[in-house]
Design a protein around this ligand. Structure first.
Ligand SMILES: NC(=O)c1ccc[n+]([C@@H]2O[C@H](COP(=O)([O-])OP(=O)(O)OC[C@H]3O[C@@H](n4cnc5c(N)ncnc54)[C@H](OP(=O)(O)O)[C@@H]3O)[C@@H](O)[C@H]2O)c1
Length: 258
């Protein structure tokens, strides 16, 4: 890399975000790492600074709090760095019937994965456009294009991320800046446990490592692609779901959840 570039990754304390941090550190990016578990971020920052000779700024922040995006932006301004790559990855799921899930948890998902993601994009994008360089990598899910009972709000939120990023990608044509959306399928991270989703054997069979998912997302970003579905099996399934009759789509989803 000719000059130092800076990436900001939300949700860098575990899973896909942590894998993305390690990947980008290996490519020479300086990093701003955001999540609630500050101790984890600090230890990751120490490890990456030592092993790659880069600068890493850990930032403890809760994206479910209104105003968190502004605080993150101000932190970055205060450090005097420009963000070249924004990875909006932080997220969580809550499994259960919509009518029974605590309303605050539903609002939390919307706040973290729609509102904060949109605000952070709005805050960091203009200076990328001025510099005619950089981009946004948003992490959605194949759930954003496939219906899933028990995850109504989660999949609705991810559908927003897919459509928002895809439209933004078109809008940015000719600016030198790109927007890419990454759609992982089942991935071996803390998400399933935290969401209370049982990892059925069908899910385990197709689940990917967070490292592979991060790599595919970054490659798509580098190529300026609007969208990437992680893994051949997920790509095949999404394509199939698009052409199958509704009753078969329901049967396939049920198979994975049983
Ligand atoms: N795992 C899968 O099967 C899968 C499939 C499709 C899409 N995805 C998406 O991939 C992304 C990463 O998830 P993952 O699988 O890597 O799960 P994970 O290991 O649970 O990581 C989620 C990350 O998001 C952060 N986060 C959650 N709530 C936050 C909040 N309120 N404020 C700030 N940070 C918050 C967590 O950090 P703290 O807890 O430290 O705050 C953690 O670093 C998510 O957007 C998820 O929806 C995952």
């Amino acid at each position: 890399m000719a000059e130092k570039t800076v990436a900001l990754i939300t949700g860098a304390s575990s899973g896909i975000g942590r894998a993305m941090a390690r990947l980008l550190a290996g490519k020479g990016y300086d990093l701003i790492l955001v999540a609630r578990r500050g101790k984890r971020l600090e230890s990751l920052a120490g490890e990456l600074e030592l092993s790659h000779g880069i600068a890493v700024w850990p930032l403890e922040a809760d994206l479910s709090h209104p105003g968190a995006s502004q605080e993150i932006y101000q932190f970055v301004q205060h450090k005097g760095v420009q963000v070249d790559l924004l990875v909006n990855n932080a997220g969580f799921g809550v499994n259960g019937k919509f009518s029974e899930i605590d309303s605050e948890l539903n609002s939390g998902m919307i706040q973290v994965m729609i509102i904060s993601l949109t605000e952070l994009t709005r805050l960091f994008l203009p200076s990328m456009i001025v510099r005619e360089n950089g981009g946004i990598l948003n992490v959605a899910s194949i759930g954003g294009v496939i219906p899933c009972p028990g995850l109504a709000v989660y999949t609705g939120v991810k559908a927003y991320v897919v459509r928002f990023t895809d439209s933004l990608h078109m809008e940015l044509k000719g600016t030198g800046v790109t927007a890419t959306v990454l759609l992982p399928g089942p991935t071996r991270t803390e998400l399933f446990d935290k969401a209370g989703i049982e990892e059925t054997s069908a899910i385990k069979r197709i689940s990917m490592s967070p490292e592979a998912v991060a790599r595919q997302g970054y490659m798509a970003f580098e190529k300026g692609k609007p969208m990437v579905i992680a893994g051949c099996i997920n790509r095949f399934q999404v394509a199939l779901m698009g052409v199958l009759p509704r009753c078969l789509v329901v049967k396939i989803v049920e198979y994975y959840l049983k």
